[in-house]
Design a protein around this ligand. Structure first.
Ligand code: PMP
Length: 426
């Protein structure tokens, strides 16, 4: 297959898989540029969840009846699909959680509480999402550990060389995002992981913005923990994944206690179950797992590599058309490897005002700090606007976005509606 064939997506055909993309917003066709917050779901994913509800549903792992066995098969087949998608060695290294946030908290509570001591160090980056910061801050509060952070340069790239000074013999954990949900920069995980391991630290990768968009091979990366969410990868909300290396997961105490996670219970003590049940207390997200399995099938059929290339093309186009006006500051310069995320501020305009006017044009973007307050402080701003793309977005939508931006500028720079919600009839 030629490179052109490999990289060109039939976006029109893909769009017809997503019923919600037919929606009109304020009388205009929806332009959905908020997939970094949550992606949309194709019909195949919706169908898988409906089929689960209508034909295969019962509780899993505890039934002695036929229907429970079917539900368990579906649930475990979703785990196997996720295993293949991230190239994990064992299916039991895939723990279903409620999302990235829950997965990171699981590691902080279980591995963190068991392994960190006063003065130990946790190395993060200034670009982390609050979900990959606050659990470590809470862990530091509980254990007396200290948090250190890698900075970025003015182009929005991680200052990767700083890791040599920041890693010490006290560094127990490096927690880093694969792709920034604001800057869109793709971090050099191989280098970070190699250096962290050489220093004796464990590495957790927040892959919420990478697993849905580019190929992931946890064995090749050699990563210890990797967290991501179903709802950002064409799957449902309410389910996410913690991948953990078998040896680490085996050694960790369970985090949540309750049904399913035990092998024996006495009135005053319990013996934990084996992986992955040990970390899946209570009734798991059974229907959502069916949806996630279907989402993995869908993304694999399209090809994540092709999705990544398509999004990069959209991001470059967006930078090009948006910069025509000259009053825009992109939070990263796009010169290194980028994902399909473009964040910016426009001189003299509030991001929220901009987003609200764009919404009147049917264009859904995000405005605010995007759960990255330290990053925004580092950049000297309190909020930004973010357009994020996925497999179903088109070049025509980018051009529609640029035209709506021009109209929004005109409207807002006239002073009408500034710092307030624009009239709904605008
Ligand atoms: N990390 C990153 C980089 C994210 O973009 C997000 C979602 N915005 C999260 C973590 C949290 O994901 P969730 O809300 O699904 O737990």
């Amino acid at each position: 297959m030629s490179t052109a064939q490999q990289t060109t997506l039939d976006v029109a055909a893909l769009r017809s898989d997503f019923p919600i993309l037919q929606t009109s917003v304020h009388g205009k066709p929806l332009v959905y540029f908020d997939s970094a917050a949550s992606s949309q779901r194709p019909q195949a994913v919706i169908d898988a969840m409906v089929a689960m509800e209508q034909r295969h549903y019962a509780n899993v792992h505890r039934g002695v009846h036929w229907l429970s066995d079917r539900a368990t098969e579906h649930y475990e087949s979703a785990r196997e699909k996720v295993r293949g998608f991230i190239q994990a060695r064992h299916a039991h290294e895939v723990i279903f959680t409620s999302g990235t946030t829950a997965a990171i908290n699981l590691v902080a509570r279980s591995w963190g509480d068991a392994n960190l001591n006063p003065g130990d160090e946790i190395l993060v980056t200034v670009m982390e999402h609050h979900s990959n910061l606050v659990p470590w801050q809470q862990l530091a509060e509980r254990t007396g550990a200290v948090i250190r952070a890698m900075d970025i340069d003015d182009r929005g790239h991680l200052l990767i060389d700083s890791i040599d000074d920041l890693l010490t013999e006290r560094t127990k954990l490096v927690a880093v995002s694969a792709v920034s949900n604001v800057l869109g920069t793709v971090n050099s995980l191989e280098e970070i992981i190699a250096k962290a391991h050489a220093a004796g630290a464990v590495v957790l990768v927040d892959a919420a913005q990478s697993v849905p968009h580019m190929a992931t091979d946890v064995q090749q990366l050699g990563v210890d923990f990797l967290a991501f969410s179903g709802h950002k990868m064409c799957g449902p909300s309410g389910i996410g994944v913690l991948y953990g290396r078998e040896a680490l997961l085996e050694a960790m105490p369970p985090f949540l206690g309750g049904g399913s996670m035990i092998s024996n219970v006495e009135i005053d003590r319990f013996t934990p179950g084996v992986l992955p049940a040990k970390f899946e207390a209570g009734t798991p997200p059974i229907v959502a797992a069916a949806g996630l399995g279907a989402a993995v099938d869908y993304l694999q059929a399209v090809g994540v590599d092709r999705i990544h290339v398509h999004e990069q093309q959209l991001a470059s186009r967006a930078r090009e058309v948006l910069s025509a006006e000259g009053d825009i500051r992109f939070l990263s310069d796009g010169s290194a490897e980028q994902a399909g995320i473009v964040s910016f501020v426009v001189d003299g305009l509030q991001s929220l005002d901009l987003a609200q006017v764009l919404d009147q044009h049917g264009v859904a973007i995000r405005a605010g700090h995007h759960c990255t307050m330290p990053l925004h402080k580092r950049l000297g701003i309190s909020s930004s606007a973010r357009a994020s793309f996925y497999l179903y977005n088109t070049v025509e939508e980018i051009d529609q976005f640029a035209a709506s931006m021009a109209a929004a500028r005109k409207f807002l720079k006239r002073g009408v509606g500034r710092s307030s919600t624009p009239s709904k009839t605008q």
